[in-house]
Design a protein around this ligand. Structure first.
Ligand code: SF4
Ligand code: SF4
Length: 427
């Protein structure tokens, strides 16, 4: 058998303006983290080969696809948050990629322009930009921010000095007047997307985009549903990775591959085949999103012998559970449907946010969780503050809870492992 040499993408990265030595170091670090967290797992479903392939080409093939798309006149939109509807970007002929970064990088440079006590997600995204190591950022013709938390609002002002950034105004409550304001803002996004791509959204293009993105969410929902079984047929780590990949992969291809994975998982459930033995402790994780390549908590939990059966987070159920209605007859009706679906996401930037607590309890029941781990990124005022109410309500509903505050560094892995092992023993 002859081995095919891996393609060399250095020329493409140089054209994007990346800092090549630093970028090489990043890729090497991510590759070794991936090997340690993912390739050491036993009993992985065959369908996860696709995720391995995507990760091996994370800054390669997909970036080449984006480059080819842009060469043919296409526009790429970078986004940081669930509240930016990808249906609108796609309907205007654009492609959407998620930008949130999940690794500690260039913090020395970041801390020169923002406070040390900023959450890891913001620092990481800014660090990737300052160090010129994110080809997704550099491939984005327009970065769309949103007024969610204060840290992000201010970070967009700083990022706006380095890149083409446009910010959407998100309400902080869900009253009828907030929905009316959000519907208007969704129309502002339509204008911005059309202006950027030069393509007008039509009822046909919007309907097709809604169906396409719903299909992607339906595939992820099928995968999630198989994890109500004991034993769970796929690890939480692989399921988390699938959701992370959903933010930047080609939509129809990803949907097809995830449906194939779901077919396999349904078969594994029918055969009683799992990644961990039947009876392994089942954990529901809730809290701040885990952007690629943040696999730290899942890795610790699953290496301690438990299995993460679901994530109530933006890189989890908040992303794929709710769908946009598919019966809107006009562009206007469909935009209203999009506005309603997106405002229904339960992020801690809203007050009150009882919907999230209800979701956590319902999911703990549906996935037969033995315990709930509530994770906040350090310095995330929203999720750290909300964790008290979450803990109390989940405990009152009869589920043991462990509260964790952490960041992206590996320094607390030993301490977290000890706490998690003690929690699992207590269940
Ligand atoms: S946690 Fe809130 S602000 Fe962060 S990505 Fe999710 S919806 Fe957006
Ligand atoms: S983790 Fe918290 S502070 Fe950080 S970007 Fe998300 S909502 Fe903002």
């Amino acid at each position: 058998m002859t081995e095919t040499a891996a393609p060399d993408y250095h020329q493409m990265w140089a054209e994007l303006g990346l800092d090549l030595p630093t970028h090489d170091a990043l890729l090497q670090a991510v590759g070794s983290m991936y090997g340690d967290a993912y390739l050491t797992q036993a009993n992985r479903p065959k369908g996860t080969d696709y995720l391995d392939f995507v990760l091996s080409e994370v800054h390669g093939l997909r970036i080449k696809e984006l480059a080819d798309f842009r060469k043919s006149g296409g526009k790429v939109f970078g986004t940081f948050c669930l509240y930016v509807p990808e249906e609108i970007i796609r309907a205007a002929g654009g492609w959407n990629v998620g930008l949130c970064a999940g690794a500690e990088f260039a913090y020395d440079q970041v801390e020169q322009i923002m406070p040390r006590n900023t959450c890891a997600l913001i620092k990481s995204a800014t660090g990737f930009k300052l160090a010129k190591v994110c080809p997704y950022f550099e491939s984005s013709d327009l970065v769309i921010g949103e007024t969610t938390c204060d840290g992000k609002k201010k970070a967009y002002e700083l990022l706006g000095k380095m890149h083409n950034v446009w910010v959407m105004e998100l309400p902080q409550m869900k009253r009828p007047e907030d929905l009316a304001m959000w519907k208007a803002e969704i129309r502002n996004l339509v204008k911005k997307a059309e202006e950027t791509t030069g393509t007008t959204i039509t009822a046909e293009s919007l309907r097709a985009a809604i169906t396409e993105v719903n299909d992607k969410r339906r595939a992820l929902r099928r995968i999630a549903a198989t994890c109500t079984a004991d034993p769970a047929p796929i690890s939480g780590k692989d399921r988390l990775l699938a959701t992370q990949v959903a933010f930047y992969d080609d939509v129809p291809r990803f949907t097809q591959m995830m449906n194939a994975l779901a077919d396999e998982l349904e078969q594994r459930v029918a055969n009683g085949q799992g990644v961990a033995p039947k009876g392994a402790k089942r954990i529901l994780v809730t809290g701040t999103p885990m952007a690629l390549p943040n696999w730290k908590l899942h890795d610790i939990i699953e290496k301690s012998g438990a299995v993460v059966v679901a994530e109530e987070m933006c890189t989890g159920s908040r992303y794929y559970t709710k769908l946009v209605a598919e019966d809107g007859e006009s562009v206007d009706a469909m935009l209203d449907d999009i506005a309603e679906k997106y405002l229904d996401i339960n992020c801690a930037c809203f007050t009150p946010n009882q919907g999230r607590i209800d979701d956590v309890i319902q999911m703990a029941k549906d996935y037969h969780a033995d315990g709930v781990i509530d994770i906040s990124l350090q310095f995330c005022g929203l999720y750290e503050m909300e964790s008290h109410n979450v803990e109390q309500a989940v405990r009152d509903a009869g589920f043991p809870v462990l509260k964790i505050t952490t960041d992206y560094s590996m320094e607390d892995v030993g301490q977290l492992s000890t706490r998690i092992e003690a929690f699992l023993e207590m269940l």
